[in-house]
Design a protein around this ligand. Structure first.
Ligand SMILES: Cc1ncc(COP(=O)(O)O)c(C=O)c1O
Length: 399
């Protein structure tokens, strides 16, 4: 007898498990959203950990509260006012286990079974996996170079009962798109008009390699309908499992109750170490190092793609974030290509199918440029480009 709840099946089929498979020897991994492990501030974190252990009372290791460490929340209030134009206070900021938990809690807060949920198409695979467990009805709004198509967004809002819109306005995962200022304002205007909650995910916001930063949607929110989530994963290290969220009272109180029910609190030990790190180190200096490194890697990947991708392949050149989005002509099946080429090339990437709730778009691929070395980027893209050209020529993976 199958004891597993039916809702779990949808999460289990999300494809997320494939992303974190352990790499086999010599594999080049463009599939996951890995930061460059060589840039983790390991020494500074070790120093912060040593200081934390030697200077704190025994209480360091005690249960604390679901909001998270107060001094860390205060730092986030100051930082988000400065960088994101978000005005909040420490009683409306909660530390979560990565942005992933923020997404999950927001979905749990808002979505009943079959409630309408708008996502960008394509979107972040982990968000889709989290949403699936609440069994919403998905609506996809196609993403364009300047963010989601707001005409289609409006049409869906007019025709269907929608409760929440999930968006990654800055360096969207997987396309790298940045939502224009006009669209940010329009999305909020429409959410106000149709009384919808916006879940804004700013996970990549600090990692801009060119161009000017735009205000968050949350910064225009006068009605308290935007839940903003973000993360330390990409700017410090994913294994901290620390992210944060902010929302207004009417949503925040219940989010806090859900957080308590989910895991009581984030690790006070980890938060204390991070807090100590932030006292002793300038986070923006570290982010500058990341930006310089990732800009160089992104440029190396774009150059390799220009040299090796088939002529009918299109790819984005993002201003920030972690990903390049590659598309082949309609009819090309990236899933089949991925399975087929892996045997010969050992290069992994994420095919588009699982990045759309409908699973209907098969000719796209998400390619990460931050996790591998520049030499592997060049080698991997050459192998992938040659394999793509061959597959296209042979028509072996067309549907
Ligand atoms: C857009 C987006 N949001 C959230 C997350 C989750 O990050 P974490 O839970 O590590 O903070 C990711 C991870 O790749 C992401 O790409």
């Amino acid at each position: 007898m199958n004891h597993v709840a039916s809702r779990v099946q949808r999460t289990s089929n999300s494809g997320l498990d494939k992303l974190f498979q352990t790499a086999k020897a010599d594999q080049i991994i463009f599939s996951a959203g890995y930061p460059d492990a060589n840039l983790f501030p390991q020494k500074a974190l070790a120093q912060a950990a040593a200081t934390t252990f030697t200077t704190s009372s025994q209480n360091l290791l005690q249960y604390k509260n679901s909001l998270g460490l107060a001094s860390l929340r205060e730092k986030l209030v100051a930082r988000t006012a400065d960088k994101d134009n978000i005005k909040t206070d420490a009683t409306h900021v909660m530390l979560t286990q990565g942005a992933q938990q923020g997404i999950d809690l927001a979905a749990r807060l808002i979505l009943n079974e079959n409630d309408g949920l708008i996502v960008e198409g394509p979107t972040y695979i982990g968000a889709l996996a989290a949403f699936q467990a609440y069994e919403p009805t998905f609506y996809e709004v196609p993403i364009e170079a300047d963010g989601m198509n707001v005409e289609i967004l409006e049409k869906i809002l007019k025709q269907h009962n929608i409760k929440m819109i999930y968006t990654v306005p800055d360096f969207q995962n997987p396309t790298g798109a940045v939502m224009s200022l006009a669209k940010r304002q329009r999305v909020l205007e429409l959410a106000n008009e149709y009384d919808v909650v916006i879940l804004e995910d700013g996970t990549y916001r600090d990692l801009r390699y060119s161009g000017e930063s735009l205000p968050t949607i949350k910064s225009f929110d006068t009605q308290g309908r935007v839940i903003y989530v973000s993360s330390f994963s990409k700017i410090i290290a994913p294994s901290l499992r620390l992210g944060w969220l902010t929302a207004e009272d009417h949503l925040f109180k219940d989010l806090l109750n859900l957080k308590s029910a989910a895991d009581i609190e984030s690790s006070n030990l980890t938060m204390s170490i991070l807090n100590e790190y932030l006292e002793e180190n300038e986070l923006d200096d570290h982010i500058e190092i990341l930006k310089n490194n990732y800009r160089e890697k992104k440029n190396a990947m774009i150059q390799a793609m220009k040299a090796y991708m088939p002529r009918n392949a299109k790819f984005t050149d993002p201003q920030g974030g972690f990903f390049i989005w590659l598309t082949m002509p309609t009819g090309f099946d990236m899933d089949r290509f991925s399975d087929q080429q892996l045997i010969n090339t050992n290069v992994r990437f994420t095919p588009s199918t699982n990045l759309y709730p409908s699973g209907s778009i098969k000719n796209g691929a998400r390619i990460n440029f931050t996790g591998e070395s520049i030499s592997n980027i060049k080698l991997g893209i050459q192998k992938l480009g040659e394999a793509l050209s061959q597959a296209w020529q042979d028509q072996t993976v067309n549907v």
